[in-house]
Design a protein around this ligand. Structure first.
Ligand code: C5P
Length: 218
């Protein structure tokens, strides 16, 4: 029997990971942060000084990389990279790596394999449209650009990075533009996804709304 799956997509900083993690906990499902997988490959690309625009080299690197995503930690070939993959440098390059079809193929295969063995709450950009088109519940989370930049700013401060709000806003807009306009599995709301604008809603409200959607499906 197919396991229960919840797909949560949306642009950068809309609150996907916080919300997805809590929904997974409440439903006893596995949380899968697909953005962390693209970040993990990007971290290794930068570390090995591979040119991010060299599609063949980056694809080969993705194919031979072992990524282990645990609820609280991410490992690349046995190295713990939980904090490193959130660095501004990785964030600045991740969309260029994520647009490469060979990278996406390698990671989507892993994502689908996880969803076949266990119930998941998976967050990303293409989960409802491409990775899990038959997901039981599909949500598209949005928020205003100002609010998303403000959240990213607070998160950066908490992680000990310095940040400029205006620069963050521009970086988010650049990343959304790249993710929306790429050829392969771009960021897009699935036709059957429920759109939730989180700008003026608490995390708790959004989590409850998604749990309600899940209850109607079981
Ligand atoms: O979710 P997060 O902001 O960590 O994602 C980092 C980047 O990974 C995105 O900007 C996007 O380029 C890429 N990504 C993707 N498809 C996914 C998840 C993330 O292309 N399913």
């Amino acid at each position: 029997m197919k396991s229960f799956s919840v797909a949560i997509d949306g642009p950068a900083g809309a609150g996907k990971s916080t919300v997805a993690r809590q929904v997974a906990e409440r439903l006893g499902l596995t949380y899968v942060d697909t953005g962390a997988m693209y970040r993990a490959i990007t971290w290794k690309v930068l570390r090995e000084q591979v040119d991010p625009s060299d599609e063949l080299a980056v694809t080969r690197l993705a194919q031979r990389t072992k990524i282990d995503i645990q609820p609280t930690d991410i490992w690349v070939d046995g190295v713990r990279v939980t904090e490193e993959i959130r660095s501004p440098e990785v964030t600045a390059h991740v969309s260029a790596v994520a647009r490469i079809p060979g990278v996406r193929e390698a990671l989507v295969e892993k994502q689908r394999a996880i969803a076949q063995t266990t119930g998941v709450v998976m967050d990303g950009r293409d989960i409802g449209t491409y990775v899990l088109p038959d997901a039981d519940v599909k949500v598209f989370l949005t928020a205003s650009i100002e609010e998303r930049a403000r959240r990213r700013y607070l998160e950066m401060m908490r992680r000990g990075f310095t940040a400029d709000l205006e620069e963050l806003k521009e970086a988010i807009q650049r990343r959304d533009e790249a993710d929306t306009t790429r050829e392969h599995a771009p960021l897009r709301k699935a036709d059957d996804a429920v759109e939730i604008d989180t700008t003026s809603h608490s995390i708790n409200d959004v989590v409850e709304r998604i749990l309600e959607l899940c209850r109607t499906k079981v």
